[in-house]
Design a protein around this ligand. Structure first.
Ligand code: CTP
Length: 400
């Protein structure tokens, strides 16, 4: 996430300053270190105590901290501290001061001495935004390398409708996150991942399932998010979960539940990685009440579950890339190749139960990647987190 990154948020006098609280929260949630510098005018819109508490750092407002001791706020240090200076909201007044260099407050003085990238999110009323001076000033900032997060169209605090609303905090945080993620072809891509087991109900308390823990799905989802992708993880009832802010998890139970979520998302996605251990069969009927023991033996009739990966393969468009998994015990490569073709995949991740340390219940795995042109890449036994990176590196390579 953004751990280790230092974000300085500048808050100027606009009603959108109330959104700065959400913005600070977003960056803290992403693991960044946050400091806030405010103009005097901004303190009329939002209390420094609110922003300071959320940022876990005192807010800087005045040049002089203590007039008796002469302790002052070092704007140069503040500017040097930051990896990114984000002024949000940026009022028309602060905008013009940024252009003219009028540093009569700490925020603008910090801007003038900042060495890091500077981003601004303007927020003002419709007519102020349309004024020629605003347009000219924004243009000058852009020419000087300041990144402008364009305001949105919509209802403004004045009641007017139009352009001037500050970009929403989650979108700003997402843009900053993408800025700091390594350069990957997965940046901004939508990825659908399945993971974990499925449980197929026999009655309200019993099910048919398997030992999958969901670790591989979670690690793949987190690795994609770390490369800037937006991830939907459809996860069975495994023990592993993710709290990554850019992974949206749908927790499902059965193969039919999983299919439903996959059908809702697949056509909007660029990449699918289907690592779930889906039960191939389910009881033909799940009893409404707990089944009581009676006879010495009991038969449960099973019916075939939908093949979710095969469905995605049958719907795959030219610009979509689909990855499947295969766990084999014999004739591994041959079976895997057949699966790749049958399910219309671009890449198949093969692991064999004959390799010790591979498969369910281990933190390690040993995989072979197979492509439609018969190209094979074999990897050593390694931690599943490293395996996830190997798989993504291979996908990136193919998408280039
Ligand atoms: N898969 C799926 N839906 C199913 C079954 C499997 O999406 N109903 C996916 C898995 O997530 C995995 C791949 O298909 O990516 C595994 O292929 P599969 O043919 O099911 O492998 P096995 O279960 O091992 O099947 P077989 O018994 O034919 O070897």
């Amino acid at each position: 996430m953004l751990s280790g990154k230092k974000i300085l948020i500048g808050v100027s006098g606009s009603i959108a300053a109330y959104k700065s609280a959400y913005l600070v929260r977003e960056f803290i949630r992403l693991g960044a270190e946050v400091k806030v510098v405010m103009t005097d005018a901004a303190t009329s819109f939002i209390a420094p105590l609110t922003l300071g508490t959320l940022a876990k750092n005192p807010v800087s407002i005045d040049f002089v901290k203590d007039s008796k001791s002469g302790e002052w706020e070092n704007h140069v240090e503040l500017g040097l501290w930051a990896d990114l200076f984000l002024i949000a909201p940026l009022s028309a007044n602060s905008l013009s001061k940024m252009v003219s260099g009028n540093s009569d407050n700490l925020l603008i003085a910090t801007y003038l001495s900042a060495k890091c990238p500077v981003w601004v999110a303007p927020a003002m009323d419709l007519d102020m935004f349309k004024h020629f001076s605003t347009g000219e000033n924004l243009q000058k900032l852009k020419e000087k390398g300041v990144h402008v997060l364009e305001p949105r169209e919509g209802e403004l605090a004045s009641g007017l409708e139009g352009k001037g609303r500050m970009e929403e905090p989650p979108e700003i945080a997402r843009a900053v996150y993408e800025y700091f993620t390594p350069n990957s072809i997965l940046k901004g891509k939508k990825v659908l991942i399945t993971g974990g087991p499925t449980y197929e109900a026999i009655d309200p308390v019993r099910f048919i399932g398997n030992h999958s823990s969901g670790l591989t799905g979670v690690l793949l989802a987190e690795a994609c998010a770390e490369r800037g992708a937006e991830v939907v993880l459809v996860s069975g009832p495994g023990s592993h979960k993710t709290k990554h802010p850019y992974v949206t998890t749908y927790s499902i139970t059965s193969a039919n539940d999983m299919l439903e979520v996959v059908q809702d998302h697949w056509n909007k996605c660029d990449l699918g990685i289907f690592s779930a251990a889906v039960a191939d069969y389910r009881p033909a009927e799940a009893a409404d009440q707990k089944i009581k023991k009676k006879e010495d033996d009991m038969l449960i009739r099973l019916v075939k579950n939908p093949d979710i990966l095969a469905w995605a393969g049958s719907q795959k468009k030219d610009d979509q890339y689909l990855v499947g998994f295969a766990l084999e015990t014999e004739n591994e490569e041959e079976h895997a190749r057949q699966k790749l073709e049958r399910k219309n995949l671009d890449l198949l991740v093969l692991n064999s139960l004959n390799d010790s340390g591979a498969g369910f219940g281990h933190s390690t795995n040993k995989i072979t990647l197979i492509r439609p042109n018969n190209n094979l890449t074999k990897f050593e036994l390694k931690e599943k987190s490293e395996m996830a990176k190997d798989i993504l590196n291979a996908i990136e390579n193919d998408l280039k």
